[in-house]
Design a protein around this ligand. Structure first.
Ligand code: HEC
Ligand code: HEC
Length: 203
């Protein structure tokens, strides 16, 4: 009986002390507090809220989120809001936050303008060969869900996508290995808007 108790209590202890980042899906209390006290103010508790400035995080690819959070923290991507908010996060916090938001289910929103969405779809799949713009689908995928490392664009807020394309074009954002800088520079404002409207309507 004593032996059985000892086995039970050491199993319990092991479960408590086992580092949660090795268990993958677990969201530690510290991460929960970071979400409740910071992230949710702008991105919403599930990463679903957004605005012209705040991107939707729900269902975004985890490795992409990890890279962005490290880039903000280490100064490779600049943002007045995000730089200060990530300065005290360690790599484990960042992995847990990325895991949490990547598992949050996305919601779909209908396109607000069918004509713009149609133009955006055409550029998304065909690019603009005369302006040196490759088809977005080649990297971000036919469904715009991205890859492990490339961002999901489906369902992202149109105004955020437009802002990022602008920032890539003006080189205010430079953490993309110069890929998006070149692509965004070949798009005019109408084309940027059309792509944003199309992508925002995808699920
Ligand atoms: C005060 C508002 C605010 C708070 C609080 C906030 N963010 Fe942000 N977040 C922003 C803004 C603004 C951007 C867009 C920055 C830009 O334009 O490049 C952003 C961008 C991001 C991105 C980049 C997404 C992408 O698609 O590239 C990630 C990831 C992110 N935030 C995660 C978080 C996490 C995790 C927290 C909590 C620790 C958090 N944010 C708290 C405002 C906020
Ligand atoms: C050759 C591959 C490639 C092509 C083609 C491509 N992209 Fe990208 N895209 C990337 C990479 C790489 C990143 C940045 C990853 C990072 O910041 O770490 C990115 C990032 C983005 C982002 C930022 C997402 C966010 O959440 O902040 C947007 C928006 C975007 N691309 C839109 C487009 C559009 C629209 C097209 C077509 C006109 C396109 N991309 C074509 C590789 C590509």
């Amino acid at each position: 009986m004593k032996l059985k108790n000892a086995i039970v209590s050491s199993t319990v202890l092991f479960a408590i002390s086992f580092p949660s980042f090795l268990l993958g899906a677990e969201t530690s209390q510290r991460t929960r507090e970071v979400i409740d006290s910071r992230c949710m103010l702008c991105h919403g508790p599930e990463g679903e809220r957004g605005s012209a400035h705040y991107p939707r995080l729900a269902a975004q690819n985890a490795a992409y989120l990890v890279k962005q959070l490290r880039d903000f923290r280490d100064g490779r991507r600049t943002s007045e809001a995000m730089t200060g908010l990530t300065s005290d996060l360690n790599d484990r916090d960042i992995s847990e936050l990325a895991e949490y938001f990547s598992k949050s289910p996305p919601q779909s929103r209908p396109a607000r303008n069918a004509v713009e969405a149609e133009l955006g779809k055409k550029i998304y799949f065909e690019g603009l060969p005369v302006a040196g713009v490759s088809a977005c689908a080649a990297c971000h995928g036919n469904d715009a869900h991205g890859t492990i490392e490339l961002p999901r664009l489906a369902g992202q807020l149109p105004s955020y996508i437009e802002t990022q394309l602008m920032k890539f074009a003006t080189r205010e954002r430079t953490n993309d290995g110069n890929v998006m800088n070149v692509i965004a520079s070949g798009l005019n404002d109408i084309e940027k808007r059309a792509l944003a409207v199309y992508l925002g309507s995808l699920h």
